[in-house]
Design a protein around this ligand. Structure first.
Ligand code: G1P
Ligand code: ZN
Length: 543
């Protein structure tokens, strides 16, 4: 066995963001860059000798090369076994599922989620712990600290591992086991939902369309929706995963999943449409000519959870990220279960689920999930919806409208300003923070500011505190404007403005969200001095 210790020097930019380290591919291709980060992970997590890891990614450009490097480094760092999705593929929820099912020490997931892929686009890497969820901030901070002082890494000198066939092989003293990337996950889904009822729904002329966006979920959707549930293969679009996602932006929203949106808003639209992102953890849900906001989707899943076999005994509690609308809070109140408000990012849900405090959770950013894994889960959300549709036998739009009639409607939208100069974006946030003292009590049109602060979160399980998690402007009627800078972008800064207004009056529920939120949008732009400070008069994306 030829283990090499290679001298290296630190890179200053290896701080994990909202979901791991994300950079452009050429950054990762610099000599020692990937190796430094992987060694920093290994040095920080201190796995016992002989431990098992899971390894896989969303198949984007550089995935295959990175798999080889990580395998050789794992072998040189004393790991006993690595379970690898065939071809180096595992969707993020499938990786979480495999880590949990085989009780491994953790896993390394290669993905930049919904960001574009290709030789000059994004790549990413993150570590998930033995619960299957993203490493906590304590761990990611330790990784960052290590990356700043790293002097050497260890790697096995060996030929590349054949990653396209199932089965075991040896790499030095370590076993590499290539596993089917879909089987464990598909089995888990079948154990949660009423597949017989969904099969019957689909056989009865209920038409669906799923857009895999040339990303990792294509094979998962074909196995589950087509082979196990009987949907025609043609109902899965863009099913072939590509290293550059066909040049698209694999983010399931109204802007980037436009092929699907056109079909769902066209003549003879299917009854149900859905899409997932690059690594399969996000979802967008559509009915015929109808868009379900992710915040509403979470609330609706919570309200209808007992229709799915996995949740028929009810929910322990629910959680949402702070910028996500409070629609789910209303359901929790009606069900008399706790509702937790966490900072943005999935890693904050893990502790709550491990402690049994929460069953369902979600984010406005097209992420929903439950305690079946410790990641958000795109296809799971699609199956949950299909299960509800099979049980209720009503169109998507009617189910949502009935939900609003029962609980009221939380009008919601997010404005993203991408690629801003970092100083301008920081300037907006600083200006808002400087206004904390003068804003409370101030009236803008129909709205009066009640509270204005920087959200901070004390984890109820481990007591850790996360500060500066977004600036909130809360108005006396409960409406909110939230400002935050993205922690996943790789170019300049992205400012996100989240807008929410509650409407109890059913007569106003048919309003268009942009209409209902127009005044809040004006207030947000005024308070932030957005145009003066950034020169932008329009957001890049509205969701
Ligand atoms: C974004 C979303 C956040 C999500 C994350 C990973 O992070 O806003 O909800 O958890 O992607 O998918 P952001 O870029 O806002 O930091
Ligand atoms: Zn994702």
């Amino acid at each position: 066995m030829n283990i090499k210790t290679i001298a290296t020097s630190p890179f200053s930019d290896q701080k994990p963001g909202t979901s791991g380290l994300r950079k452009k591919v050429p950054v990762f291709q610099q000599a020692h860059y990937l190796e430094n980060f992987v060694q920093s992970i290994f040095d920080s997590i201190r796995a016992p000798t002989g431990a098992t890891l899971v390894l896989g990614g969303d198949g984007r450009y550089y995935n295959r090369q990175a798999i080889q490097v990580i395998l050789k480094m794992a072998a040189a760092n004393g790991y006993g076994k690595v379970l690898v999705g065939r071809g180096g593929i595992l969707s993020t929820p499938a990786a979480s599922c495999v880590i949990r099912k085989y009780q491994t020490f953790g896993g390394i997931i290669l993905s930049a989620s919904h960001n574009p892929g290709g030789p000059t686009e994004d790549f990413g890497i993150k570590f998930n712990s033995s619960n299957g969820g993203p490493a906590t901030e304590t761990v990611t901070e330790a990784i960052y600290a290590t990356s700043k002082t790293i002097k050497q890494y260890r790697i096995l000198e060996a030929a590349d591992v054949a990653i396209d066939t199932l089965g075991s092989s040896r790499l030095g003293e370590m076993t590499v086991e290539m596993i089917d990337p879909v089987a464990d996950y598909a089995g888990l889904m079948e154990s949660l939902f009423d597949f017989a009822a969904i099969r019957e729904l689909l056989a009865g002329g209920f038409n669906i369309r799923f857009d895999a966006m040339h990303a990792v979920n294509g094979p998962y959707a074909l196995e589950i929706l087509h082979r196990r549930l009987g949907a025609p293969a043609a109902s899965i679009m863009n099913a072939v995963p590509l290293e550059d996602f066909g040049g698209g932006h694999p983010d399931p929203n109204l802007t980037y999943a436009h092929d699907l949106v056109e079909i769902m808003y066209g003549a003879n639209a299917p009854d149900f449409g859905a899409a997932s992102d690059g690594d399969g953890d996000r979802n967008m849900i559509l009915g015929k000519h109808f868009f379900v906001t992710p915040s509403d989707s979470l609330a609706l899943l919570a309200a209808n959870a007992t229709l799915a076999p996995a949740y028929k005994k009810g929910l322990a509690g629910v959680a949402r990220s702070m910028p996500t609308s409070a629609a789910v809070d209303r359901v929790a109140q009606a069900l008399n279960i706790p509702c937790f408000e966490t900072p943005t990012g999935w890693k904050f849900f893990g502790n709550l689920m491990d402690a049994g405090k929460v069953t369902l959770c979600g984010e406005e950013s097209f992420g929903t999930g439950s305690d079946h894994v410790r990641e958000k889960d795109g296809l799971w959300a699609v199956l949950f919806w299909l299960n509800i549709l099979a049980a209720r036998k009503q169109p998507v739009e009617q189910i949502v409208r009935e939900h609003w009639a029962t609980y009221g409607r939380n009008f919601y939208s997010r404005y993203d300003y991408e690629g801003l100069p970092t100083e301008a974006a920081n300037g907006v946030m600083q200006h808002l923070r400087d206004s904390f003292a003068i804003l409370p009590g101030k009236t803008f049109g129909n709205y009066t500011v009640q509270l204005c602060d920087d959200f901070s979160y004390a984890d109820p399980v481990d007591g850790s505190v996360s500060n500066k998690q977004g600036v909130r402007l809360i108005f006396t009627d409960g409406s909110r404007i939230v400002f935050r800078l993205s922690g996943t972008g790789t170019e300049g800064a992205t400012l996100r403005i989240y807008l929410e207004a509650f409407e109890a009056n059913a007569a106003r529920h048919q309003l268009d969200a942009q209409q209902a939120l127009a005044e809040l949008v004006r207030i947000a732009l005024e308070v932030a001095e957005l145009q003066q400070r950034t020169g932008r008069d329009k957001p890049t994306v509205i969701t």
